[in-house]
Design a binder for this molecule. Structure first.
Ligand code: HPA
Ligand code: ZN
Length: 326
């Protein structure tokens, strides 16, 4: 069997996907028209041309602008459904999907509208697509601790509709410690905990995500390779890293895909996984991430099997379900 076919057909879990980052330009324009929201681009082509980023912040500015067309419950449903169909096409059996409620509540959209629309798409995906999808609520780290607490209060009435919380947005200058008390409260609620750390930020942010926030997974985490003691900790405790190669390339975390450290992470015995992050903005869903990265790094079939196994090991499915997937 050729490697491209193996990468396509192997069952996999996606653990690092921001649903707002799956909003394709075509759907942005459709929703803008449907909701009579004006956007500062005259065409799909013009919008796509703006997708040239120099770092995380240059992406976030345009990502939040794109999300401004989402107003009704059906809009959130349509966005999530489009992603879930793409996931199915890439043989993603399990998806743990981030959403950023503060991007929407700040514009006057109710938490209920966001959560119900996304959750209904996840429920339909199980029956109609065979994709097992769950939601993870992310706090925006450039906003305050108080705003994160307020967001958690708004979300707790829908506690049964999300399985965990995460931390995203502008990393440098907003270390994990800022959200220590918020995560402690989430932990008491029995929520799973993850956080973006070591995307652009230093290894110290990964340490703090583990020791202060007590997260179960690190999102990105590629800067961990700069700290041998941290690498040893991640390997020994099998703490998963949800790596996003095309995202790292587009946000200039690595100058070329061939410079990406995924192989180094795997060789060091880490539970690294491959994910798409914001596929509409970074040029590819899961299989694109796998195939381009394997090509650039010269990875082989054994790496493919390892990454697929890692993705289910790192997921929050129960042990019995996991055996069924693997
Ligand atoms: N990093 C931080 N925040 C984000 C990202 C990311 O890669 N994608 C969407 N929000
Ligand atoms: Zn991310």
């Amino acid at each position: 069997e050729r490697l491209p076919e193996l990468l396509q057909r192997m069952p996999k879990a996606e653990l690092h996907i921001h649903i707002e980052g799956s909003l394709e330009p075509e759907l942005i324009f459709e929703l803008a028209r449907r909701n009579a929201v004006s956007i500062p681009y005259s065409s799909v082509e013009e919008l796509r041309k703006a997708y040239a980023f120099s770092n995380l912040q240059s992406f976030l500015d345009i990502y939040y602008a794109g999300a401004s067309v989402l107003l009704q419950e059906q809009d959130f449903y349509d966005m999530a459904w489009a992603y879930l169909k793409r996931a199915q096409a890439d043989n993603v059996l399990r998806a743990e999907i981030f959403f950023d409620p503060q991007t929407h509540t700040a514009r006057g959209v109710a938490m209920e509208t966001v959560v119900k629309g996304l959750h209904r798409a996840c429920q339909d995906a199980r029956g109609q697509l065979g994709v097992d999808a769950e939601l993870i609520l992310c706090f925006l780290r450039h906003l305050s601790e108080a705003e994160a607490f307020e967001t958690l209060e708004q979300a707790l009435p829908f506690r049964d509709k999300f399985i965990g919380v995460g931390l995203d947005s502008s990393e440098v200058g907003h270390p994990p410690e800022k959200f220590a008390r918020v995560f402690a409260k989430c932990r008491q609620q029995g929520l799973h905990l993850v956080a973006h750390a070591g995307e652009e930020g230093p290894p110290a942010y990964v340490w703090a995500a583990l020791d202060v926030l007590k997260v179960e997974r690190i999102d990105h985490g590629v800067q961990s390779a700069k700290d041998p003691a941290l690498m040893q900790r991640l390997a020994q405790q099998r703490i998963p890293l949800t790596v996003c190669p095309l995202s790292n390339l587009k946000l200039c975390v690595f100058p070329k895909l061939a410079d990406h450290n995924l192989r180094q992470l795997l060789d060091a015995g880490l539970c690294a996984t491959v994910n798409s992050d914001d596929p509409a903005y970074f040029g590819g869903y899961m299989n694109q991430n796998f195939s381009e990265t394997f090509g650039a790094l010269g990875l082989e079939a054994r790496h493919a099997w390892q990454l697929a196994a890692n993705s289910f090991e790192a997921s929050f499915v129960d042990a019995a379900t996991r055996r069924g997937y693997m």
